[in-house]
Design a protein around this ligand. Structure first.
Ligand code: FAD
Length: 321
């Protein structure tokens, strides 16, 4: 059944996040030949409409307002609900990001709709769209079909391939004007911690350190390796609790969930709460002194050794490539 699907493009620091294009790729599967309408909410977002079209949206609707400069649940839900009302779609897709996790359930409840969250793949089987999503902290996967009403899903970053960018594509970028009112909170400014390099949640390569790294300085060889591989540095909660690094780097059940192409775990034991955040990585390399460490159970490649010897060796070898 051909469906009209809305896809919310997510903007950070003036650029579209990659998960926006992945959500279009997912929506293309769900639309079954129907129209894909990109949605952009914010201030100064009109200019990004063309990029959503290059990645597969047929047209784009924007809601611009200075009150939407920063994300707020109230403001963005008013904007998205207005687009839903004017477009009357059969599907809504967005990233399973901090923004998507906050916004999607709110929109679903306002529309009295179901929601399939944290989707990692979509396929067609027996005439149904089948959504796969991890459960029990990634220890199992469940498959869901939507039998009735809106097909509403959030897409886990780095799992569904975006469509190839096609700069020859064109489509209409139109704006919808609404009055944003009754905001319970107004965010004046967001001051980000200075961070170098690649965004952890979208990184294709992650070099993560655990308590085995032993100190803040112990992270330096990991940073070097990540730099050579064009990746980001992550951490276990053990390392964060020990104050070796910032909690923004924490991966796991109570940290970020990541699915890079390559995850290099250095001095991480592999506690279940850590695995919950990284076990769906495509290739896992574990470096640990203890051959019995649990991390080796999920690793594709294991190196039993001292990370302070192994990591610099890897860095030197990768530099040669
Ligand atoms: P450890 O378990 O101490 O492991 C350190 C490892 O380093 C050991 O395997 C050791 O052999 C190895 N090592 C030591 N020196 C070297 C060396 N020189 N070279 C190589 N290897 C070396 N944890 C998370 O990570 N993320 C979460 O989101 C999270 N959420 C939690 C939520 C709850 C409710 C609870 C109860 C716990 C949570 N935890 C989480 C904590 C989790 O249970 C573990 O305590 C934590 O992951 C351990 O961190 P670690 O592997 O770095 O440390």
């Amino acid at each position: 059944m051909a469906r009209k699907v809305l896809v919310l493009g997510e903007v950070r620091d003036g650029s579209l996040r990659n998960v926006s294009f992945e959500a279009i790729g997912a929506a293309k599967l769900a639309a079954e030949g129907g129209e894909i309408v990109g949605v952009l909410v914010g201030e100064g977002v009109n200019a990004l409409g063309a990029e959503l079209i290059e990645y597969g949206a047929d047209r784009v609707v924007t809601v611009e307002d200075e009150k939407l400069k920063q994300y707020t649940s109230d403001g963005f839900s008013q904007a998205l609900l207005a687009v839903v009302e004017s477009e009357n779609p059969e599907g809504i897709f967005m990233g399973h990001t901090a923004l998507g996790k906050d916004l999607a359930p709110r929109i679903a409840s306002k529309l009295n709709s179901g929601l399939v969250s944290d989707v990692t793949s979509i396929e067609e089987a027996g005439g149904n769209l089948v959504f796969t999503r991890p459960i029990y902290s990634g220890k199992a996967f469940e498959k869901k079909i939507v039998t009735d009403g809106l097909v509403f899903a959030t897409i886990r970053p780095n799992n569904i391939e975006p469509l190839a960018k096609d700069e020859s594509r064109s489509g209409e970028v139109s704006s919808l004007t609404i009055e944003i009112k009754d905001l319970r909170a107004i965010i004046k400014d967001v001051v980000r911690k200075a961070s170098e390099g690649v965004d952890l949640s979208e990184a294709k390569v992650i070099v993560a350190g655990g308590r085995g790294v032993k100190s803040e300085e112990g992270f330096e060889p990991l940073q070097e390796l990540a730099k050579v591989l064009g990746g980001a540095v992550g951490a276990s909660r053990g390392a964060c609790d020990a104050d070796y690094c910032d909690y923004s780097l924490q991966i796991g059940q109570t940290g970020k969930v990541v699915t890079p192409d390559l995850y290099i775990a250095c001095g991480i034991s592999g506690a279940i709460q850590h695995l919950a955040g990284m076990s769906n990585s495509k290739i896992i390399v574990a470096i640990n002194k203890d051959p019995e460490a649990n991390i080796f159970k999920v690793a594709d490649y294991g190196i039993v050794g001292d990370l302070f010897e192994v990591v610099p060796m890897l860095t030197e070898e990768f530099k040669k490539l």
